[in-house]
Design a protein around this ligand. Structure first.
Ligand code: SF4
Ligand code: SF4
Length: 277
């Protein structure tokens, strides 16, 4: 069994508690307008458009497939910017053993791993096997998920998942669909499921320059989560957002005063453990 890995960051202190290894999986069922790593959304279709843009000839086409030479690559990401398909030619199809080898190298310096994406739950069987092996190393297992997949339907995976960091991008389903391409019914079902099982570490909401939607999401999410997990409120930032996203989400960032007002609103509605970034 192999899974498509977009990248591995050996040490991260922004992906859950303590120092953690972050593993980004390729492919996502959402297509968020403000996505900052849209190259994780689709699989490469080997159209070849990025190959000639590589300044060090690390890309080639063999038998109709794009091949990435990791040793030559200087990680300039020119190929990603050139891709019209929200994909990357730099995907590593790794086995559980190969990922575990990487984790073992960092083992003494990390508290656990966090799997992200794309949407990590696009690869549930792989995650289940990976998490079992990670626990054998004495490390914790966290998922960073957009909540698209119904977690209740993956009992084996949830049994080996220590905590989840869940995005609730909007409480209003129509607005959620406008932002991501999908309604939020399963996201909210997952939120309740995780709280019930004490598996929610943190809920995250990106605050756009849309006061009505921000208020609606912050009030309703806070009422649900109360003191059961962290609630992270994140300022939308337009840097790196693709053109179609900018048309809907705009170029402006909410002020610190507005961020603080949202933080106070979350607390007024019961979310005690808030963070703002
Ligand atoms: S990131 Fe690597 S493969 Fe892509 S253009 Fe730069 S050097 Fe070439
Ligand atoms: S990464 Fe994008 S541009 Fe490059 S071959 Fe794949 S689909 Fe085409």
């Amino acid at each position: 069994m192999r899974a498509p890995i977009n990248k591995i960051i050996p040490f991260s202190n922004v992906d859950g508690p303590g120092n953690r290894m972050s593993i980004f999986f390729q492919s996502c069922p959402f297509q968020c307008l403000y996505c900052h790593n849209p190259e994780t959304i689709h699989f490469c279709n080997s159209c070849g458009k990025c190959v000639k843009t590589c300044p060090v000839n690390a890309l080639s086409i063999e038998d109709g497939k794009v091949i990435w030479n990791k040793e030559l690559c200087v990680e300039c990401d020119t190929c990603i910017k050139a891709c019209p398909n929200l994909a990357s030619p730099k995907i590593m199809w790794m086995s559980v053993d190969e990922v575990i080898e990487q984790i073992k190298k960092a083992r003494l310096f990390i508290k656990g791993i966090t799997v992200s994406g794309g949407e990590c739950m696009n690869h549930p069987e792989f995650l289940t096997e990976l998490f079992k092996e990670v626990h054998k190393l004495g490390l914790t297992t966290f998922m960073d998920s957009n909540g698209f997949h119904d977690m209740e339907k993956y009992p084996e995976l949830m049994a080996v998942t220590d905590k989840v960091m869940l995005d609730v991008k909007a409480f209003d389903s129509d607005f959620h669909q406008k932002l991501t391409g999908q309604i939020n019914e399963t996201v909210l079902k997952n939120l309740n499921y995780l709280l019930k099982h004490d598996q929610c570490y943190e809920v995250r909401t990106v605050l756009l320059n849309n006061f009505e939607q921000n208020e609606n999401t912050v009030i309703n999410v806070s009422k649900i989560i109360q003191d059961k997990c962290f609630y992270k409120l994140i300022k939308y930032r337009p840097f790196g957002v693709r053109e179609e996203g900018l048309q809907v989400c705009g170029h402006s960032i909410i002020s610190d005063d507005e961020l603080n007002r949202m933080d106070a609103l979350a607390k007024e509605n019961g979310a005690i453990y808030t963070k703002t970034v």
